[in-house]
Design a protein around this ligand. Structure first.
Ligand SMILES: NC(=O)c1ccc[n+]([C@@H]2O[C@H](COP(=O)([O-])OP(=O)(O)OC[C@H]3O[C@@H](n4cnc5c(N)ncnc54)[C@H](O)[C@@H]3O)[C@@H](O)[C@H]2O)c1
Length: 496
């Protein structure tokens, strides 16, 4: 059950993120932060969060809550069911803040600290109702990253933990209950280990900050993002399994190439307990299935990064540009006379990607348009339109599309698409694309499109460059002999 009224004490990097997540989930938030710049800073985080959330999901969220600045902790926590403390990481300051909160809050309000490392029992010292103070440790940016570690320690009421687990899940988060109280909890223990090694690598002059970031973001960081540590190693062990993996790599931990001290001995007992926990975690999948899940996740992440031209996505983008350039060079070297232009051009061959399907496991509507768009792109590349052509402010725009859906195709099934040139002049290309099933060649869909050559700076139609028109000519001549597709020129709803 979502809370209606919350208080945030501290509205900096983390508090601001909490305020945004709460407000975007329809919760009203009263904020106390003595920083005179608090209103501006929180408004900026809110604007970022709204921008990101709008991209994250189109699902109907509750109407936005309101946030307001309060002039004291007492005023902020008045009537709040959830009180989030995100003040600087100093224990005596946190204690002082809890004293003020407890003096004004209702006794059943949950008090959740964002602390990165203090144990709940440290925080609860001196509290009137220690059982309702717990740690809810988030990750920056709080409005986007789902993980929140929930730690109650020995004194927290079981009902407070339960309440917190539901409450954060209702805010779209993944609450992880850290059952034993330890300094830095689970996630920051890792970050600390990685951080320690990074500091050594820099101090020893082995790597720069950029090289260290590259080592993470182009490789294992992508794997970790979607499978964490143990499932990744489960897959790495292959069919021989986790035990094999440890037999192979475990001893490395005692080699001198690590700075990690105090590595636990890999006794049979430890290996057995890791292997059986991993079986419980993912034993229901075969290694092959896990590999497919991993690969699909990685493809989705890398493609998303390509959209942002960032990290591994920028590498993919550069690689694709190289491939297109090479393919284009190969095409122009091959005399077109050798190509069989007496039939529609083969535009692309692929399979229906796992994320292209709807709830019936059929390729979903928007992906047809995407594939037809890819067909037009394939034609443009064939005509010699490349990044340098676009950089001159010249391009073809799609001005009209009519798609006809003929048959269904399921996820992962092979498809191919062809392009027939219906007509072309110096400004227009009129095409007819078809998508066929890759195995039985049945027609799945067709699209008739009008493509207009434009000067993108002037935003108006203009003639294509002579070499483009010359490349069009042999296709135009050959395709003039092809029968006009029945569906060409149809209007929506016309009887077959
Ligand atoms: N920055 C991170 O990545 C991160 C991640 C997880 C948890 N945390 C934890 O979150 C907490 C806040 O960290 P942050 O990074 O947001 O720090 P921050 O410095 O950005 O924000 C702290 C805010 O608290 C305000 N403040 C100071 N005294 C106050 C008081 N008496 N009452 C109310 N507000 C007061 C400050 O004006 C400031 O706006 C810390 O406990 C930190 O360990 C930080």
């Amino acid at each position: 059950m979502l809370v209606k009224q919350a208080a945030c004490v501290g509205g900096g990097v983390i508090g601001g993120g909490w305020i945004a997540r709460l407000v975007l989930n329809g919760v009203n938030v009263a904020v106390f932060d003595p920083d005179p710049e608090a209103e501006r800073k929180i408004s900026e985080v809110m604007a970022n969060a709204e921008r990101a959330f709008a991209k994250l999901t189109l699902a109907p969220r509750p109407p936005k809550g309101q946030w307001r600045l309060a002039s004291s902790i007492a005023e902020a926590v008045d009537g709040a069911e959830l009180i989030i403390e995100s003040v600087p990481e100093r224990l005596e300051l946190k204690h002082q803040v809890y004293r003020e909160i407890e003096a004004a809050a209702t006794p059943d309000a949950l008090i959740a600290s964002s602390t990165s490392g203090y144990k709940p029992s440290d925080l609860q010292q001196g509290a009137t109702h220690p059982g309702r103070i717990l740690v809810a440790h988030p990750f920056n940016p709080v409005y986007l990253l789902p993980l929140v570690e929930i730690i109650g320690g020995p004194n927290a009421a079981a009902s407070a933990i339960e309440h917190a687990m539901t409450l954060y899940a209702d805010l779209g988060m993944k609450p992880l209950n850290v059952r034993q109280e330890i300094d830095a909890f689970i996630a920051d223990r890792f970050l600390e280990a990685v951080w320690r090694e990074a500091l050594w690598l820099i101090k020893d002059g082995v790597a720069t900050t950029e090289e260290i970031d590259d080592a993470i973001r182009y490789g294992f960081g992508l794997r970790w993002a979607q499978m964490g540590l143990f499932d990744t190693y489960r897959v790495a062990g292959g069919e021989a399994g986790m035990k094999h993996f440890f037999a192979q790599f475990g001893p490395c931990l005692s080699l001198p190439w690590t700075k990690l001290m105090d590595v636990p001995e890999l006794t049979d007992e430890l290996v057995d307990s890791i292997a059986s926990q991993s079986d419980a975690q993912s034993g229901r999948y075969s290694i092959r299935e896990l590999e497919h899940i991993r690969d699909d996740n990685l493809v989705a992440i890398i493609q998303a990064l390509r959209g942002n031209d960032w990290g591994a996505g920028a590498t993919l983008k550069a690689y694709e540009e190289q491939l297109y350039t090479r393919a284009h060079a190969a095409q122009t070297q091959t005399p077109t006379a050798q190509e069989d232009l007496s039939k529609p051009l083969l535009a692309l061959e692929t399979s229906v990607q796992p994320d292209w399907v709807d709830y019936n496991n059929h390729m979903t509507e928007s992906r047809y348009l995407q594939v037809f768009g890819d067909c037009s792109d394939a034609l443009f590349r064939r005509l010699g339109i490349d990044a340098s052509y676009h950089a001159r402010g010249l391009s073809y725009y799609t001005v009209e599309t009519h798609i006809m859906h003929v048959d269904e195709v399921a996820g992962l099934e092979p498809i191919y698409a062809t392009t027939q040139l219906l007509s072309a002049d110096e400004k227009r290309i009129h095409v007819f694309h078809r998508i066929h099933h890759g195995r039985d060649h049945r027609l799945l869909a067709s699209a008739e499109q009008m493509l207009l050559h434009v000067d993108t700076k002037a935003q108006k139609a203009c003639p294509a460059d002579p070499p483009i028109l010359a490349a069009l000519e042999p296709i135009k001549t050959a395709h003039a002999e092809l029968p006009k597709p029945e569906a060409a020129g149809r209007h929506v709803g016309e009887r077959k």
